[in-house]
Design a protein around this ligand. Structure first.
Ligand code: SF4
Ligand code: SF4
Length: 171
C-alpha cells in the first residue's frame, strides 16, 4: 500500500472542526473517492461504512445532524472509522485535484472550505505542502492510477486557491 502522506493540518485542529466528512446532500459530488485497493483495505476493517457502487467508487453518505456524513465518519467523536486506511482523497485534503473550468487541464490547489487555511502557521506551510503533493501525484504509480480512474478528479471549484497545473508522469 502507498505510504500515508504527511498531514498539513494537525489532528487536534481537525477533531474540533465541523467541515470535513460532512456534506449537504446524499449524492454530494465531493464525497471521498476510493481507488479499488483503498476500498478493499477499508472493507477489510470491521466497520459499517458503505460505497455508492461497485469497484472504484465514492463512499456512501448517511444522514447526520441536519445533513449527511461519510458512512465511515463517527459523529460521536468526529473521527474516521478507517483512519489508517482512509483514501488518498481524504489524506491529502485540503489539497484537491480538479479539472480546469474549461476541462482542458488538471489542477491542484487548496480548498478554502478548510477553515484552518486561515491560520498563519498553516498558510506558511501550504506552498511546500502542495509542492510535495504535486510530486507525489506526478510519480509513475499515482499518475497511472489517476489515468485509469479519472473519477478521482473533481469538477472545477471556484473556492480552490494556490492553483497550479498538475501533469501526470509517464505511464
Ligand atoms: S476542513 Fe480542514 S481543519 Fe477541518 S477537518 Fe478538514 S482538514 Fe481539518
Ligand atoms: S473516509 Fe474517513 S476521513 Fe474520509 S470522509 Fe470518510 S470519515 Fe472522513
Amino acid at each position: 500500500m502507498r505510504p500515508q502522506l504527511p498531514q498539513l493540518i494537525p489532528s487536534e485542529i481537525c477533531l474540533e472542526c465541523p467541515v470535513c466528512c460532512r456534506f449537504p446532500d446524499k449524492q454530494a459530488a465531493l464525497s471521498p473517492f476510493f481507488f479499488p485497493e483503498e476500498r478493499s483495505l477499508a472493507e477489510a476493517l470491521p466497520t459499517k461504512g458503505s460505497f455508492r457502487g461497485p469497484g472504484a467508487s465514492k463512499a456512501g453518505l448517511v444522514a447526520c445532524g441536519h445533513g449527511f456524513a461519510c458512512s465511515f465518519f463517527n459523529p460521536e467523536d468526529h473521527t474516521c472509522l478507517v483512519y489508517e486506511a482512509r483514501p488518498l482523497d481524504c489524506s491529502m485534503y485540503p489539497a484537491v485535484v480538479m479539472h480546469s473550468r474549461e476541462h482542458d487541464k488538471m489542477l491542484l490547489g487548496a480548498d478554502t472550505k478548510c477553515p484552518a487555511l486561515g491560520r498563519p502557521s498553516v498558510a506558511a506551510r501550504l506552498g511546500n505542502y502542495l509542492d510535495s503533493i504535486q510530486r507525489y501525484l506526478g510519480s509513475a504509480t499515482l499518475s497511472s492510477l489517476i489515468r485509469k480512474y479519472p473519477q478521482f478528479i473533481s469538477e472545477f471549484q471556484e473556492e480552490v486557491v494556490e492553483v497550479r497545473e498538475l501533469s501526470l508522469g509517464k505511464a
